[in-house]
Design a protein around this ligand. Sequence first.
Ligand code: ATP
Ligand code: MG
Length: 401
Amino acid sequence: MVESLVKILLIEDNLAEARLLQELLTGATNTSKEFSFLHVKRLGDALLELNQCKTINTSVSCRFDIVLLDLTLPDSQGLDSLPALIDQAPSLPIVVLTNTNDEELAVEAVRQGAQDYLIKRQINGSMLLRSLRYAIERKQALENLRAVNHTLEMRVEEYTAELIKKQEINEFKSEFVSMLSHDIRNPLNTILLAAGLLQNNQDRLSEEKKLSHFKLIRSAIKNMAQLLDEASFIGKADSGKINCEFVEINLEQFCRYLIEELQLTLAEKHINLIFKASTPCIGLGDENLLRHILSNLLSNAIKYSPEGSDVRFELLKDGNQVIFQIQDSGIGIPEEDLPKIFQPFHRADNVAGIPGTGLGLSIVKKCVDAHGGKILVSSQLEVGTTFTVTLPLLSKQHGSF
Ligand code: ATP
Ligand code: MG
């Protein structure tokens, strides 16, 4: 029920009609204290008042509680006034005033958003009072309903987004599992084949041939073990179980050790690795994550480069950041593959017969993320690729890398 003073914006060009309405209301309530009127003659003036009301306060606590609208105004005829008023003050109830022969128009006004209508010659005080109260209550109920509806819509949107995300994760997981089983089948087949050949041709095979089959078996087992390690690392990362253990590292020394470990691979392809460290760089970092990052990027640079080419590896310090840059002159990455190379199992078509699982860079990305860093790639087909990893460099006082 409406209890406090009801503020009415009366839009009526006929002064006598306006006065009559005010008198009817006062008569019906026996007091003029229950209602206050602001009377304007034109729609334009009403819109100005409502605009003020909007800027003085937000629409919720507007200066008016209700609009009484005459449908024939000097600057607006019939239903034209409605959309402008609703647009200006969407939560304000409107009661239209119409002439005896215009009832159809009034009904249409209610369809288009007015709360009620009154036929001028038939109005009496109690009817006017009832209509105003009813319109305010009805609009309030509508507004409440709209608010509930809006909240519900938001909830549905949130739940839908969550569901889509869960569905994507599920799809990703099942795709991951099927890719993994596919990739494990290759080395398993090799083992099965080589073991079968060894078993069935024991007497006929030369020692050299046997050795080569054993080598195949060992390398297939190594492949499988690596694949499983990488898959379990990604699984851990996805469930947020990567532990960062920060220790103080001399980064230049750390990079040199890694290069040492790669000497055999480098020599095999006659790759000339040029390492440059501009300034001494000591900071806190997780050795395990750093190893994953750098060894994957370096082995890619070597793997996708032609024999005898150069690979440049640079360590830079930039304020409180450390930058690792690895640049090769290899096959390059096609432009359309660049946005996907950090996804597990994604491999570009131009890798041709170069072996790989497509998991290396997704591990690199997860390690860089765990370290609070960024990774960028720029590449040009048959010219080369540069990966740039930027990590925050923190000293012991700060507590992390
Ligand atoms: P592995 O899991 O054994 O590392 P991979 O090298 O194929 O296999 P990623 O290291 O994840 O997998 O690399 C994904 C893809 O990105 C590669 O298959 C290749 O297409 C492309 N790529 C990555 N690094 C380079 C590079 N330096 N030069 C050219 N292509 C590259
Ligand atoms: Mg790789």
